[in-house]
Design a protein around this ligand. Structure first.
Ligand code: NI
Length: 165
């Protein structure tokens, strides 16, 4: 297992529509384990494969339960139901040092395959529901900054484009 380099905005791979996984290969399993390691090494709550430069429909999420971290690996995840809405501050490992409030559905049901190619369904709310939506967005080439109002987007551009010292 290894820690991979996380691609950051404006890397074009983050804008790719990731391809459906048709078969769980050894390579895909290795990638998913590397992504779990990479997510925890970066203190992230989730990671999509295109964030490490591989545009396939694979995400990993940290399901934080009773102070214990447990990774969930999802292949071809799909949102099948949403309910209610809330607005919570988000960040992204591919958009370092920037946080902003984003409105999203509060409850989601997600369908996906696990590493054994078995179908699983997750019904959740709160942090986990938000992380799932954020990571599935990545697979569609969408970043959380795309939801910003024009004024905040402008602010983001100025802040993000400022040369680093
Ligand atoms: Ni992200």
């Amino acid at each position: 297992m290894a820690i991979r380099r996380i691609k950051t905005h404006p890397d074009l791979v983050l804008r790719e529509h990731a391809a459906l996984v048709t078969k769980v290969t050894d390579e895909l399993i290795m990638l998913s384990h590397d992504m779990v390691d990479t997510m925890y090494a970066a203190n992230g709550a989730g990671l999509a494969a295109n964030q490490v430069g591989v545009a396939v429909r694979l995400i990993v999420i940290d399901e934080h339960l009773n102070d214990e971290s447990k990774p969930i690996i999802l292949i071809n995840p799909e949102i099948v139901r949403t309910e209610l809405e809330d607005t919570v501050e988000e960040g992204c490992l591919s958009v370092p040092r920037f946080y902003e409030f984003v409105k999203r559905p509060k409850l989601v049901t997600v369908k996906a395959l696990d590493l054994k190619e078995e179908e699983i369904q997750i019904e959740c709310e709160g942090q986990l529901a938000r992380a799932l939506q954020h990571e599935i967005d990545h697979l569609n080439g969408v970043l959380f900054i795309d939801y910003l109002s024009p004024i905040k987007r402008d602010f983001f551009k100025k802040m993000f484009m400022r040369p680093k010292r």
